[in-house]
Design a protein around this ligand. Sequence first.
Ligand SMILES: Nc1ncnc2c1ncn2[C@@H]1O[C@H](COP(=O)(O)OP(=O)(O)OP(=O)(O)O)[C@@H](O)[C@H]1O
Ligand SMILES: [Mg+2]
Length: 509
Amino acid sequence: MVNLNSNDFIIEMLKINKTFIGVKVLSDVDLNLVKGEIHGLVGQNGAGKSTLIKILNGVYTSDSGKIIINGKLIDDNENYLNPKQYAISTVFQEFSLIPSLTVGENVFLGIEPTKGFLTDDKYIERETKKILNELKMGEDIDPKEKIKNLGISYCQIVEIAKSLAQKGEILIFDEPTAALSYKETELLFEVMKRLKNKGISIIFISHYLDDIFKICDRVTVLRDGRNVFTDYVKNTKLNDVIKALVGYNTYENNYFKRKKIDKSSNPLLEIKYLKNDTANKLKDIKLNVYKGEIVGVAGLLGSGKTEMLNSIYGFDKKCDKLLKLDGKKIKINSISDARKNGIALIPEDRKKQGLILNFSIRDNILLSILDKLMNFLFFINDTNGNKIVNNLVQKLKIKLENIDQKIKYLSGGNQQKVIIAKTIITNPRVLLLDDPTTGIDIKSKEDIFKIIYDFTQAGNGVILVSSELSELIKYCTRILILKQGSIKNEIDCSGIEKNINEEELLELI
Ligand SMILES: Nc1ncnc2c1ncn2[C@@H]1O[C@H](COP(=O)(O)OP(=O)(O)OP(=O)(O)O)[C@@H](O)[C@H]1O
Ligand SMILES: [Mg+2]
């Protein structure tokens, strides 16, 4: 274990407990942060990571426990912490940007500089530019641009810029890289290292254990609301963290069989050609998905991966394409065409998934099959519905109290599982997945891919776009490389024992 004492710490959280509506979420959690360290915080979806840091920055109060910041015991009567007073700034998992304001206005929200009686817009612009330059994003993001016009990864960069503008001594990042590409992630890590060298202390929450090992000094693992592991990264093996995280020694690894795909009959989905001049100039897309296949698509940011899925799905009407399902020509010019033909899409941006946050988990899932549940008198068959939902919840291991709980109280990763559940029960033939496991822990990822694998084994097919190379390598029967709107390479992984490795794949990309 680690030999440190109170003088080394900028933050000490001691025996923190938290219960939400009768459910214990944190039990006697200790967490300390050394001055100038990057401390990784990992754990399965729903383990309590976000809750713990929300107690630290005053969004929630704990039921019991102590918080000491810079040697000062936070008074029990101080019913919420003032993060500014303690120089804590946080990049939350859920974005907190205001879409109708500009980048600069968001970055300086709450700390607007004034000139006379007015906000000093020139200063905001200049300083925002400076911070964006530091993030090497000055060329890409205009401080005067409205947030609503930015894509999700740029929004994440703005969130980070916003926390840097607060000039905190303590920075908390709750899964900051989930929406970032490989290049942007590397940039963020450079910035984090620079901040650390300036003496700033950082808590970094992530599901990417490789990143934790790359950037952190120490790592803490939460499991079911308890601190089950804290140590220096240099003394720790990846497997120690995985073991602490899942709670047992090994986890099943032979579920996914690499079967040779039968290509003698018609492909399930045939894309004879697909062209789209508007969206990232898709030029030369031609691909087949056979029954039982997960076809992976890899490519850099801007290669057209998301646009390709959107074009197949009928989001983009200007697209010129010829599709066949089971050998028969199909026309898809709208989402309802896609649904009728058994094609479903799980898009990249979780907020666009149509989860209704104030509805229960049950209703969110059943909404997508309402028509099937209604009897001839338009009554919903409750028993049937509950059975379907409970079954899915069990299969996907969605962590919840009961299915009538509002969806907004689920952890980020568990919300994502609900999205997958409600898509799978519509019984599609072809599932289009756009980075489906963003924000999902390694154990849950395995659970999700079991569902996807079972789905393909029932004679269906999947196109999986992913920025995570290890995921493509592990689960796909073939991997296609998309470059500037054309498919340039195909790697067949079906039936082979030895895999292509990540470096080889990255090289091709
Ligand atoms: N406001 C709330 N009311 C009720 N339950 C809540 C609330 N906030 C969180 N929870 C529950 O507390 C548990 C811990 O959630 P938390 O968001 O801290 O998990 P997490 O470790 O951050 O997970 P993820 O990796 O998915 O983000 C979950 O079971 C969640 O459903
Ligand atoms: Mg969280």
